[in-house]
Write a protein that binds this ligand. Structure first.
Ligand SMILES: Cc1cc2nc3c(=O)[nH]c(=O)nc-3n(C[C@H](O)[C@H](O)[C@H](O)COP(=O)(O)OP(=O)(O)OC[C@H]3O[C@@H](n4cnc5c(N)ncnc54)[C@H](O)[C@@H]3O)c2cc1C
Length: 453
């Protein structure tokens, strides 16, 4: 007699043909690959969608087979998804659904389900517009935007999720729906935070901001200057207007010939960010940092597209493990803790991002997640080249951010919730209502998100 899993495999094969790959099929391992190499994924099956029809077919076939569906665009959040059992999951890759168009009249970008921020920023910049993108060009729009999203415009313009105007989704029943303030508003509310747990996104509309140039850049010193730089940055952020969103990092780079010489084999302290303000105000704000004689100083009035290159995120898939906390404040003792923890080189990066401002204020009419409480976000990142040492590395990153407990706010930034962390605090006060919405829109729990409700 056929087992449940043999029956499920037969249903998938019959309904989806060669579009689906099962373990042992030639396309399976490549299809199961994710950006984050620290979390090898072994789902029941993988499929790459090329359009809405593929998504509908995949959802209906998975239902009939008694399986679930996990939409994935790039796998930057593979760590969070790895906390769920994937043995009954069809991994549905949106990677090939990439298209962006911009209407300069309405300042709205229409973005296909697997498109990346690099594509949106480039398309918007040709019209003198900017998007509320994250630091990395290769993160997908849907994955960041529907889970909150912190950009270098966040203190002034709020979380990225609030710029989503409508979403076209394939729901758990296989129906294609538009969710917006006008159509299916309760689904629209849930998608803005609940992300892939409420639908596979075919496309979404994103409001852009009318900014062609901003004062932005990076200041870099050898790590020996970490004390002075961290103290100065804390003071700068303490009086920064909401037009300024900056970050402070201690970074340790291995000696790799592919890296530029200013990074290879070096330990550094770096400040970067955007000050969307009069350049004279921006220069006055960062003057105390400039007085510390940085080795590199790229802060200048720059085209908005350059902001994507500023944060030095890895351009290729990388095996990383991360942990973060939100902080109420970043006082002197926290600064000292930051320097002590960051300088000890067990981490790749220890980062503090200045948040607060509009990002911390709930948006009227917003979705399930529309704000992030806390003034600062502290993020520890370590490399786990071999999955067998991953849990040790997780202990290191969690230990690093736990050290900030005296200043911790009871909140998490959903986009930064990685493996081994409970996403509940990322949904804030919306968790109960999101669970209710999940029962309405996906009673059988067909759709699996990296951050499940
Ligand atoms: C190097 C790096 C830099 C980062 N920088 C920032 C930053 O500056 N700001 C910030 O806020 N976050 C940042 N992040 C976190 C990032 O935003 C999240 O990991 C995000 O979820 C990644 O989205 P993705 O689609 O690329 O990843 P994936 O792992 O592919 O997707 C994550 C989740 O998004 C949903 N999803 C993706 N595509 C679809 C779709 N088409 N339909 C339905 N659901 C979908 C699913 O729920 C999926 O589980 C960064 C992460 C990394 C690794």
């Amino acid at each position: 007699m056929a087992t449940d899993s043999e029956r499920a495999a037969r249903v998938l094969r019959t309904r989806l043909g060669e579009r689906v790959s099962l373990p042992g099929d030639p396309g399976y391992l490549a299809g199961a690959g994710a950006w984050n190499l620290a979390f090898p994924q072994r789902p029941f099956a993988v499929m790459g969608a090329t359009g809405e029809g593929d998504i509908v077919d995949a959802v209906l076939a998975a239902r009939d087979a008694g399986l679930r569906v996990a939409p994935q665009s790039t796998g930057h959040a593979a760590g969070a998804l790895a906390d769920s059992d994937l043995s009954d999951v069809v991994m549905l890759s949106l990677e090939r659904m990439r298209e962006v168009s911009v209407d300069p009249g309405t300042r709205v970008a229409t973005v296909a389900g697997g498109s990346t921020w690099g594509e949106v920023v480039t398309a918007a910049a040709t019209h003198g517009l900017a998007a509320l993108h994250g630091s990395a060009a290769d993160v997908s729009v849907v994955g960041l935007a529907l889970s909150g999203g912190l950009s270098f415009y966040a203190r002034e313009s709020g979380l990225t999720v609030n710029s989503v105007r409508s979403v076209r989704v394939v729901c758990a029943d296989g129906e294609v729906r538009t969710a917006s303030d006008q159509e299916n508003p309760d689904l629209f509310w849930a998608l803005r935070g609940g992300a892939g747990g409420f639908g596979v996104v075919v496309s979404l509309e994103l409001e852009l901001i009318a900014v062609a140039e901003v004062y932005a850049g990076m200041l870099l010193w050898p790590v020996e200057r970490a004390d002075a730089v961290a103290e100065a940055w804390a003071a700068v952020t303490g009086r920064a207007p909401e037009s300024a969103t900056t970050s402070l990092r201690i970074m340790h780079f291995p000696p790799i010939p592919d890296l530029p010489p200013f990074l290879s084999g070096r330990s550094l302290v770096v400040v970067d960010g955007v000050i969307h303000d009069d350049p004279r105000i921006a220069e006055a704000l960062i003057a105390p940092l400039r007085r510390l004689d940085p080795e590199i100083d790229t802060f200048a009035l720059s085209p908005v597209a350059d902001v994507l290159d500023m944060h030095l995120d890895p351009p290729e898939p990388t095996p990383v493990v991360t942990a973060h906390r939100m902080l109420r404040a970043f006082p002197e003792d926290a600064v000292a803790r930051f320097v002590r923890t960051g300088v000890a080189d067990s981490l790749f990066i220890l980062e503090v991002r200045h948040v607060g401002g509009r990002a911390a204020r709930p948006t009227p009419g917003g979705g399930a997640v529309s704000a992030l409480s806390g003034e600062y976000l502290v993020l520890a990142i370590a490399v786990a080249p071999d999955p067998t040492i991953r849990s040790d590395v997780e202990t290191v990153v969690h230990g690093a951010v736990d050290g900030f407990h005296p200043w911790v706010e009871d909140a998490l930034a959903l986009t930064f919730v990685d493996g081994g962390a409970d996403p509940a605090a990322g949904f804030g006060g919306s968790l109960a209502a999101l669970r209710e919405a999940k029962r309405r829109w996906d009673a059988d729990g067909i759709l699996l998100a990296a951050h499940p409700v």
